[in-house]
Design a protein around this ligand. Structure first.
Ligand code: AKG
Ligand code: FE2
Length: 295
């Protein structure tokens, strides 16, 4: 890899944009950078994080909401919420609804997906931010996702960090361009078994790699293609890390999604790795036929 700086396209971003008509242009450069690296960063810079306090209150209400299912891990707590739970109660969750309605983020996701589908109607009808994963880590040690991996359910995740984890040097890491390497492997696996839950997605590298490690400030947003190799950091102390990750599933798992056009310059890293799935898959099954490989 020549230089890391060409992967980074941090864009100063001034808060959520109202969805009521004002037109937002997302620069084609951002989408190109997203396509080539597998992620894009929206950094608020030093601006006061106006909406963040509100979002954190709404986050706290959802993670203690008795009607939702909460999961507790060794070093974390996690609640999955559907988009409609938030948007049908927009008066209870106004700040989260505004975040979900942010035009610039929506255009980035659609612009990105359009690079992988020739029929834009598929992308136009995709439900953006269909699920929200709310996670709290509060103890030192590994989080639930601290090993290098790519996700078995391909998606675009929009991560919004609510608390200051800039003191954690490795709060979140990605390997730029690795999504192109993973796409080929993924497609080969799906051709043998159309169920993505059987893809081996934890990665052991045979040689050192050069990841990007983010210094994460509150309000920072990282969008990433979950086929990009990534991992959460290891918490060094007991300060709280609160993060929202929205999940946008691609419209259809077809070969089209996994075959890519070369980005025009040498941006695909050479990665030598073995993939495995070191956890028990008994009882796991696709709930939704959309997520099965359609060939
Ligand atoms: O930030 C993290 O903990 C990693 C999250 C992750 O692996 C994921 O959301 O797919
Ligand atoms: Fe992941």
């Amino acid at each position: 890899m020549k230089s890391l700086s060409r992967w980074l396209n941090p864009s100063v971003w001034g808060g959520f944009t109202p969805s009521n008509g004002r037109r937002y242009e997302v620069s084609p450069d951002w989408i190109e950078s997203f396509y080539r690296s597998g992620f894009v960063v929206l950094d608020k810079g030093d601006e006061p994080a106006a909406d963040l306090t509100e979002i954190e209150h709404e986050f706290d209400a959802l993670v203690t909401e008795p009607s939702l299912i909460h999961h507790e891990y060794e070093n974390g707590f996690y609640t999955a919420v559907s988009r409609s739970t938030v948007t049908t109660q927009a008066s209870r969750f106004p700040a989260l609804s505004k975040f979900l309605g942010d035009r610039r983020i929506q255009e980035l996701i659609r612009g990105y997906l359009n690079r992988f589908y020739s029929d834009s109607r598929l992308v136009d009808t995709t439900v953006l931010h269909e699920q929200l994963d709310l996670e709290i880590n509060s103890r030192p040690g590994s989080t639930n996702n601290s090993k290098w991996h790519f996700d078995r359910m391909p998606s675009i995740k929009t991560c919004l960090f609510l608390t200051d984890v800039s003191h954690e040097p490795d709060a979140f890491l990605v390997i730029p361009g690795s999504h192109f390497v993973v796409r080929d492997r993924f497609l080969n696996s799906l051709r043998k078994n159309p169920d993505p839950l059987f893809v081996d997605n934890f990665v052991d590298f045979h040689a050192p790699v050069t990841p990007i490690s983010f210094r994460i400030r509150p309000g920072m947003i990282i969008l990433f293609d979950t086929l990009t190799m990534h991992r959460g950091g290891v918490m060094r102390n007991d300060r709280v890390r609160k993060a929202i990750r929205t999940v946008t599933w691609p419209p259809r798992l077809s070969a089209k999604y996994f075959t890519w056009t070369p980005p025009g310059e040498e941006v695909v890293p050479s990665l030598s790795f073995t993939a495995s799935h070191p956890f028990d898959r008994t009882g796991q099954k696709m709930e939704d036929p959309r997520h099965l490989f359609a060939g």
